[in-house]
Design a protein around this ligand. Structure first.
Ligand code: ADP
Ligand code: ADP
Length: 226
């Protein structure tokens, strides 16, 4: 795991839309930072710039000791978990988990071991041979997390990962994510618009508004204020 630094980052989209207006943010090694704020405040733009899915207009983003502004998404040593799971439908769970490692040219034994470990952690070992469509929403989301974990990335990026789940499952899964984070001590940036999710998960909470950081603090300090 590694720290992530965002230094005076700006994003101007075509049409002169300034979505992110000079944001600086440090995510300490092993911390889970949650980004919250009203729709359109720039959360997803910021996350996508860290992922490399969006160019950076100004400023610097580092992962570990490396400035990644010009580094391809695939070479940034991050793993992203999306709300729509993004699983490969024609592959089994096992193949979904193994796919990225195979592409990297890792040996079969090493892949099998990492897939088994991730399956244990996420309790998806019983359906490794099923296809995504044969799984429930919660199970699919676990597989999506498994696919991120097996990569052993320097940092995780979560883009509203639970927002497609029903309320009950959302509560359950956010508890599981918290446990997972404690266990793996993952450095993570997590975007949500759900206050309870933010409260439960965050080591540090960042409130964005109109493309700027409005508040930074521990969840209780931020939500206790009037
Ligand atoms: P959030 O994730 O907080 O809802 P976004 O980062 O998606 O906010 O959007 C921030 C601002 O940038 C909004 O005003 C949005 O309309 C604008 N925006 C997002 N993506 C684009 C784009 N591809 N082109 C132009 N403007 C965009
Ligand atoms: P590599 O091992 O070279 O990163 P993969 O085969 O694992 O390549 O993935 C192919 C592409 O999909 C790469 O751009 C990789 O970054 C991306 N990718 C796959 N899974 C994830 C994930 N969970 N998070 C972020 N990117 C991913």
């Amino acid at each position: 795991m590694a720290r992530v630094s965002i230094d005076t980052v700006r994003k101007v989209y075509a049409g002169n839309v300034e979505a992110v207006k000079g944001v600086s943010l440090d995510i300490a090694d092993g911390d889970l930072v949650v980004l919250v704020g009203p729709s359109g405040c720039g959360k997803s733009t910021l996350l996508r710039m860290v992922a490399g899915l969006e160019t950076i207009t100004d400023g610097t983003i580092s992962i570990g000791d490396r400035v990644v502004n010009d580094v391809n998404p695939a070479d940034r040593d991050i793993a992203m978990v999306f709300q729509n799971y993004a699983l490969y439908p024609h592959m089994t769970v096992r193949q979904n988990l193994a796919y990225g490692l195979k592409n990297r040219g890792e040996k079969k034994d090493a892949i099998d071991k990492r897939v088994r470990e991730a399956a244990d952690i996420l309790e998806i070992g019983d359906f490794l041979d099923r296809k995504p469509r044969q799984l429930s929403g919660g199970q699919r989301q676990r597989v999506a997390m498994g696919r991120a974990i097996v990569r052993e990335p320097a940092a995780f990026l979560f883009d509203e990962p639970l927002s497609n789940l029903d309320a009950k499952l959302r509560v359950q899964m956010r508890g599981e994510i918290k446990q997972l984070q404690r266990r793996l001590k993952t450095t993570a940036l997590y975007v949500t618009h759900d206050q309870l999710e933010a409260m439960t998960l965050a080591d540090m909470l960042v409130v964005l508004n109109g493309g700027r950081v409005e508040q930074v603090g521990r969840p209780l300090d931020i939500y206790r204020k009037p």
